[in-house]
Design a binder for this molecule. Sequence first.
Ligand SMILES: [Zn+2]
Ligand SMILES: [Zn+2]
Length: 123
Amino acid sequence: MNSNNSSVSKFEQVRAEQLEYNAKREKGYREQALKLFPWICGRCTREFDRKNLSELTVHHVDHDHSNNLSDGSNWELLCIYCHDEEHTKFENLVRYGSTKATEIKAASYNPFADLRAKMDEQK
Ligand SMILES: [Zn+2]
Ligand SMILES: [Zn+2]
């Protein structure tokens, strides 16, 4: 029982250190990204200021959080909603390949989606 308890607390300690390390790293690249880019969501183009800046997040384009290039080429500023969506899309892609839901969403970014729908109607 005792040894069990101590291994749990050791685990908790390692986990806390990892979380602290992640938090520090995140704060570092977040500040850099916010200096580099205008405070606008890259998807819905919502604008941010100091009051709601906490809702603007830094997304890693290649989904690798340790890949923090100083020129910012692996970062993208996204609002929490678009960021969520981006990760859901990515997870679906990894887990199931492409899904119907993501295909429909992807099509809405296509400027010719309307045109295609019209052509489909004419068939
Ligand atoms: Zn957004
Ligand atoms: Zn992300």
